[in-house]
Design a protein around this ligand. Structure first.
Ligand SMILES: [Zn+2]
Length: 231
């Protein structure tokens, strides 16, 4: 099995699909850089860089940070990664304009995205996974619904007087369904952008972590072999 080192990919997956775990496994296996737009924002904001200050201005006015600022952060980061190392983008691009800007910027560097990995999990399953999180009000110990009864325990087993078990507002089924609907609206045009370019690979995410990881590796190996034979 060839090792898809130096590969350049974009990772997509809804909340609860295990994208973070897969990114970590790929980083360990292939040594490629994990470029998360969330991490980039935190880095630029906390270090007060030019792009960070620009972003802060928009955020302080309650406005959306323009694509150009986000693109600037991502391109700047990619520029520090050697062609031989490769990278995976996470949380970017978020819309078709960002995807196009990325394509242009990479082309200017003689590079291109090799593959777009989309971990797919049915919404019903994601809602089951994400809304199955309860915590003790006193000690914050996490609980899940009982597999047989379908309800979480009423009282905490750790707390002496049995702390109440409750669910956070953003973990309720309704809140999770809302987050997923926003995710689909946001990503559908970007997935379509990459589908048209023949770069999109849908990976069934309702399998074990290991099975998903190996499915991703097979896709990347095939993409890597295709790149090598082209050059
Ligand atoms: Zn407790």
């Amino acid at each position: 099995m060839t090792e898809a080192r130096g590969i350049k990919l974009v990772l997509f997956g809804p909340p609860g699909a295990g994208k973070g775990t897969q990114a970590q496994l790929l980083k360990e296996r292939l040594g490629i850089e994990h470029v998360s737009s969330g991490d980039l924002f935190r880095h630029h904001l906390s270090n007060g860089t030019e792009l960070g200050e620009l972003a802060r201005g928009y955020m302080n006015r309650g406005e959306l940070v323009p694509d150009q600022v986000t693109i600037g952060m991502v391109i700047d980061r990619i520029g520090q990664i050697s062609d031989a190392q490769g990278f995976m983008l996470d949380g970017f691009p978020r819309n078709a304009a960002q995807a196009e800007a990325l394509e242009t910027a990479l082309r200017e560097r003689g590079q291109a995205i090799d593959k777009v990995v989309h971990i797919q999990v049915d919404d019903g399953e994601l809602i089951r996974r994400l809304s199955n999180r309860y915590i003790c009000r006193a000690c914050q110990r996490p609980y899940a619904r009982d597999a047989e009864t379908g309800v979480p325990p009423a009282k905490c087993a750790d707390c002496p007087d049995g702390g109440d078990i409750y669910q956070r507002d953003d973990d309720t089924e309704e809140a999770v369904a809302n987050r997923l609907s926003i995710y689909h609206q946001e990503t559908a045009p970007v997935l379509e952008f990459y589908r048209q370019r023949g770069l999109l690979a849908d990976i069934p995410g309702e399998q074990t972590i290991d099975a998903v990881h190996h499915a991703v590796l097979r896709i990347l190996d095939a993409a890597h072999a295709a790149t090598v034979s082209k050059s």
